[in-house]
Write a protein that binds this ligand. Structure first.
Ligand SMILES: C[S@@+](CC[C@H](N)C(=O)[O-])C[C@H]1O[C@@H](n2cnc3c(N)ncnc32)[C@H](O)[C@@H]1O
Length: 291
């Protein structure tokens, strides 16, 4: 691998891409909203800044055109990747690409690079390896063990896709965004008039056994969902619109009773291994001003 400063940019990297209406995320993410983004966007009122406290792959920020954005998540590796891409742009993209070769797509190299990710002190390398693991690991999962070590097994993809164009699109939007590692409560405490908040928390479980909280080292409890709904009510009543998407369950329908609700039927995987697909209703709850 060439030293970082010697990384030459490919011709494509130097071309300024024309942003399409909807920019696709460059990460795979459980619960990602790329396909639902048009419906969610239609529920978002205008404003001067979008706040997305549960960013994940940032699909909704990427699909909207607010003048400013606060893109936050509790996952430090995710936000460090976004901050590195924002700061270093094409050179960082070229560096990330060096991890996408036939040689790096084997179980031995994958586990060596996963170990490197878990131990390196170099933040740039860690950020690039996070993308490598996202695209080469099993099912695009992001999972950590009890000690906070990334532990997703090898994915066995024939040729993992390197999302070069998607990263360029992200970088072109990034000057108008701030990327923040934070719990949603802290982020929401900073919302001001003129902001529009879109919240996509980890889903409430469909049943007591379907527990879908493997996004970060810590889970997301029903108490967290309740806190979020309370904050949404408070901000909505102060004239700051908050949109929450979630599974449409008796619990969410009742808990979001102060909001206007739209129910969408969405075919997608709900099982842990992604193998089972079924239609699950999704609720989009709008607290405060309507679109
Ligand atoms: C359903 S995903 C968001 C998916 C995103 N909308 C997308 O399109 O990719 C939920 C996100 O919430 C984050 N999260 C979990 N607990 C959180 C917390 N307490 N505060 C902020 N973010 C949290 C997870 O790291 C995860 O990225």
């Amino acid at each position: 691998m060439p030293p970082y400063d010697d990384l030459s940019l490919t011709q494509k990297s130097q071309v300024t891409p024309q942003p399409p209406h909807v920019v696709r995320p460059f990460l795979k993410w459980a619960g990602g909203k790329a396909r639902l983004a048009p419906q969610i966007r239609s529920q978002l009122p205008p404003g001067s800044r979008l706040i997305e406290p549960f960013a994940g792959s940032a699909a909704v920020w990427l699909a909207t055109d607010y003048p400013q954005a606060l893109v936050a998540d509790v996952n430090v590796d995710l936000i460090m990747l976004y901050q590195t891409l924002q700061r270093e742009g094409p050179k960082f993209i070229a560096y990330c690409q060096t991890f996408f070769t036939d040689e790096t797509n084997t179980p031995n190299v994958y586990y060596a690079l996963r170990h490197q990710f878990n131990t390196t002190k170099c933040l740039r390398e860690k950020a690039a390896l996070f993308l490598y693991l996202n695209r080469h690991g099993y099912n695009g999962l992001c999972r950590y063990n009890g000690s906070g070590k990334y532990n997703v097994p090898f994915g066995r993809y024939r040729k993992p896709y390197f999302p070069e164009m998607e990263m360029h699109m992200f970088w072109h939007k990034a000057p108008h965004a701030t990327f923040l590692v934070s719990d949603f409560r802290t982020v929401l405490a900073h919302a001001q008039l003129g902001d529009v908040v879109y919240c996509d928390p980890p889903y409430v479980p469909l049943s007591a056994t379907a527990n879908f909280t493997d996004y970060a080292a810590s889970g997301f409890s029903l108490q967290d969902h309740d806190d979020l709904a309370r904050e949404a009510e408070r901000l909505g009543s102060e004239g700051i619109p908050v949109v929450i998407s979630n599974h449409a369950t008796p619990w969410t329908r009742a808990r979001y009773h102060h909001a206007s609700q739209t129910i969408l039927s969405v075919p997608r995987s709900i099982s842990r291994d992604g193998s089972r697909r079924q239609a699950v209703d999704e609720i989009i709850a709008v607290f405060g001003k309507r679109a």
